[in-house]
Design a protein around this ligand. Structure first.
Ligand code: ADP
Ligand code: MG
Length: 251
């Protein structure tokens, strides 16, 4: 309608796809529309995140409505929070051992419900830090697959992990060591997807994707640019996605 197209043009948001959710101009509107918890709002405020950036205005409603998404927005425009905020809202609360009977019995362990894949360890660390801002006040188990942690430590952590962040190589190694299983992942993010889906990395990323076998899997990819190779993979992998492009000036 008129209102949403105005909202999009103010922020230079171009959105394509079916049934595109309205952008939300501030976190209060998001909260009213989707019932974000007071704790999440408090965590945003205490981290001086008072107004959503353009990509956040449009991407957060799409993800909260459980749609697949390709989000393209320049570096430094807050793409991390655009997927981290809906992730915490959709996960609701950390799982306790009561919610994990298999883990409690020590037989089968549940894996993470959310997985964030990115091309470098440095970036994984930055994403972890951004997650910690919104994780305050709850006992989220967030596992950073970095070189530092030994696989036995990571294995120990698997039974009660909520969110895993890592590079394709580390994640695949963990799958092979049976330190991780991804069949419980409902929320999958490919960050800096131009790298993850290019010809070098693409096979590994797709192998990770194939391990996420949950029937309700929601997928999103974020990038500053989406070259043709990556675009083709995205088209194949995402289901009925909304494609959001921010920052392209009207000609
Ligand atoms: P991108 O992934 O698009 O390059 P980042 O997610 O790394 O951008 O965010 C860049 C910086 O902007 C980070 O320091 C982040 O904390 C900050 N930031 C993100 N969203 C907001 C916001 N809504 N208000 C203020 N700062 C924000
Ligand atoms: Mg980024």
């Amino acid at each position: 309608g008129d209102e949403s197209s105005t909202g999009r043009s103010i922020h230079r948001i171009a959105a394509t796809g079916s049934r595109i959710p309205e952008p939300a101009g501030d976190f209060e509107i998001l909260s009213q529309r989707y019932g974000l918890s007071q704790l999440l709002l408090d965590n945003l405020a205490s981290n001086e995140l008072s107004h959503p950036t353009a990509i956040q205005c449009q991407a957060v409603p799409i993800l909260l409505e459980k749609r697949d998404l390709a989000g393209i927005s320049p570096t430094g425009t807050g793409k991390t929070l655009a997927y981290v905020l809906p992730m915490f809202a959709l996960l609701g609360s950390p799982l306790t051992s009561k919610d994990r009977p298999e883990a409690q019995q020590g037989t089968k362990e549940h894996g993470p419900r959310a997985l964030i894949v990115c091309p470098t360890r440095e970036l994984a660390g930055q994403i972890y830090n951004e997650c910690m801002k919104l994780a305050q006040g709850r006992k989220w188990n967030i596992l950073l697959f970095s070189k530092g942690a030994s696989s036995s430590e990571q294995k120990k952590a698997m039974g009660k992990v909520d969110i895993v962040i890592g590079t394709p190589l580390r994640i695949l190694a963990a799958i092979r060591e049976e330190a991780i299983r991804l069949d419980n992942v409902r929320y999958l993010v490919l960050d800096e997807a131009d790298n993850l889906l290019d010809t070098d990395f693409g096979k590994q990323t797709e192998e990770v994707l194939e391990s996420c076998t949950h029937p309700d899997l929601q997928k999103c990819i974020f990038s500053a640019t989406l070259p043709q190779v990556a675009e083709r993979v995205a088209k194949r992998v995402l289901v009925d996605p909304v494609r959001v492009v921010v920052g392209v000036k009207d000609s």
